[in-house]
Design a protein around this ligand. Structure first.
Ligand code: XIL
Length: 313
């Protein structure tokens, strides 16, 4: 049989990952995931609303099931995520906490989750989506109550809990140069100057057909030049559905371009697709009228994009 994506990627010095949900750990999805990929990001299972549904009560089982699967298939785990504005538990969003309390809640959460997965998670998305489109900080509860220092504090707590884990900042619409990417660049530069323990920057890459930014590789490189690793963390390429042969060929070209951009940057650690099959992709429910965004169709058959990724690797 042809070598799987993970072997081709490894030969180029990068990992090839996928998002995976606990509902996909058996049958066809499990067999493709465990064969083709050497890194897994839990789609939802390590998010705060899942791991601490009521205050002080932890629900590690869903995330643990992903870790167990990964270990059984010799895959790394990319932990996702520790601090975000979305998928927070109700007790947190509907509670009213003093700034000091909220700071303690944040540090405790990061500490407890990273400690639980110590030695099992290779890369952590520590802070997810902290920017507005214009490059200013998102006015979420963390920024509004704690100010920008919440970011440094999250990274410090994560480092203290698992010194070996690679700690990442992660966002979307930062793939090409522009205001949002500049905002992220300035933050990473300032964190590095302050000695904050950040190891990498994740570029989600939820892309639109035919719109891979021409500046993607140069942008990855300018971050790498700050002394951090970079990774493509949530790649998909959505289109108006239904797909047709022309769109699928464009999508193949787009996936290949992203792989080449990563391979062109020495510090690009790897690529993760945000689901490998159209059967379970998050796209149709989030972007009505769009879909067909992944490497395999709804029947788990490889699409032209799969072949193009193989060729690019
Ligand atoms: C998405 C999941 O795929 C969906 O199942 C869930 O309903 C919403 O979140 N950016 C991220 C991911 O960082 O966590 C999101 O995942 C997709 C966008």
């Amino acid at each position: 049989a042809d070598p799987p994506l993970r072997d081709l990627a490894a030969a180029k010095g990068v990992y090839m990952g996928t998002a995976l949900m606990a509902s996909e750990l058996s049958g066809t999805s499990a067999s493709i995931a465990g064969t083709q990929f050497d890194s897994v990001t839990p789609g939802n299972e390590m998010k705060w609303d899942t791991v601490e549904p009521s205050r002080g009560t932890y629900n590690w089982a869903p995330g643990d099931s992903i870790v167990t699967f990964a270990q059984a298939h010799d895959m790394q785990v990319r932990g996702h995520n520790l601090v975000w504005h979305s998928q927070l538990p109700n007790w947190l969003t509907s509670g009213s906490f003093s700034n000091d309390e909220l700071h303690s809640i944040l540090v405790k959460h990061v500490t407890d989750e990273v400690t639980h997965y110590k030695g099992k998670v290779v890369h952590w998305d520590v802070v997810n989506e902290p920017f507005n489109e214009d490059g200013t900080f998102r006015q979420d509860l963390w920024y509004n109550q704690l100010g920008v220092s919440y970011i440094a504090d999250a990274f410090k707590a994560a480092r203290a809990a698992d010194p070996a884990a690679k700690l990442y900042l992660n966002d979307y619409n930062v793939e090409g140069t522009g205001a949002k990417s500049d905002g992220m660049y300035n933050l990473v530069k300032s964190l590095k100057q302050q000695g904050v323990p950040i190891d990498g920057v994740g570029f989600q890459a939820h892309l639109i057909l035919g719109q891979v930014p021409s500046t993607f590789k140069a942008n990855l490189q300018r971050f790498a030049d700050l002394g951090v690793d970079v990774a493509i963390t949530e790649l998909d390429v959505r289109m108006q559905t239904p797909s047709d042969a022309g769109k699928l060929q464009q999508q193949a070209n787009d996936y290949a371009a992203v792989v080449n951009d990563c391979l062109g940057v020495t510090r690009c650690a790897g690529i993760t697709v945000w689901g490998f099959t159209d059967a379970t992709s998050w796209v149709p429910s989030t972007f009505p009228g769009q879909g067909a965004a992944t490497l395999y169709d709804e029947n788990y058959q490889p699409k032209p994009a799969y072949a193009a990724v193989r060729t690019a690797l």
